[in-house]
Design a protein around this ligand. Sequence first.
Ligand SMILES: CC(C)(COP(=O)(O)OP(=O)(O)OC[C@H]1O[C@@H](n2cnc3c(N)ncnc32)[C@H](O)[C@@H]1OP(=O)(O)O)[C@@H](O)C(=O)NCCC(=O)NCCS
Length: 157
Amino acid sequence: MITPAPRVPSQIRVMDTNDIGQVSDIEQRSYEFPWGHRVFRDCLLTGYHCIVLERTDTVAGYSILSVAAGEAHILNLCVDPRYRQLGYGEKLLDDILRRAALAEVKEIFLEVRPSNRKAIGLYRKKGFRQIADRPSYYRAYEGREDAAVFSKRIKKF
Ligand SMILES: CC(C)(COP(=O)(O)OP(=O)(O)OC[C@H]1O[C@@H](n2cnc3c(N)ncnc32)[C@H](O)[C@@H]1OP(=O)(O)O)[C@@H](O)C(=O)NCCC(=O)NCCS
């Protein structure tokens, strides 16, 4: 039986280039088709909202959000497998929703693999609803996998 990691205080801050090593390491351990270092560097250069969640001095999760023309898109949201089910995913998503509201976003979107029950559970818990399917959106070991598109309307502060 795996012993859950202890709950310790966590904080959220903006990602910088020095975080890319730790972020990429979590990414490699979390996805079958992970982003490389360069994608994270491009996200920072593009000016996306790139956020990390730290516990003590260790990056335990991160999120990437693009905002344009009153809409936002969650491009990545990930928690280190060692620190899952401690509320960090929800904390990162709350932070995303706060940033979207501050940027006067009206609606926020994301794609998720229909097989990703954990992420779908998190998005539904925070009020996202499925609005569409995007056929053959994701790479898969055999062929392609569809994406489920979820969205949520953002209330003004
Ligand atoms: C999805 C993910 C971010 C959740 O992070 P987490 O820190 O473990 O989530 P939390 O502890 O904050 O849990 C929040 C909610 O998520 C859902 N959830 C989390 N883990 C779950 C699990 N193992 N089974 C079912 N639902 C789960 C639940 O709704 C949970 O709420 P609850 O605790 O009240 O039941 C994490 O599993 C992850 O990084 N997965 C790999 C990357 C990924 O797939 N990202 C999404 C891309 S679209």
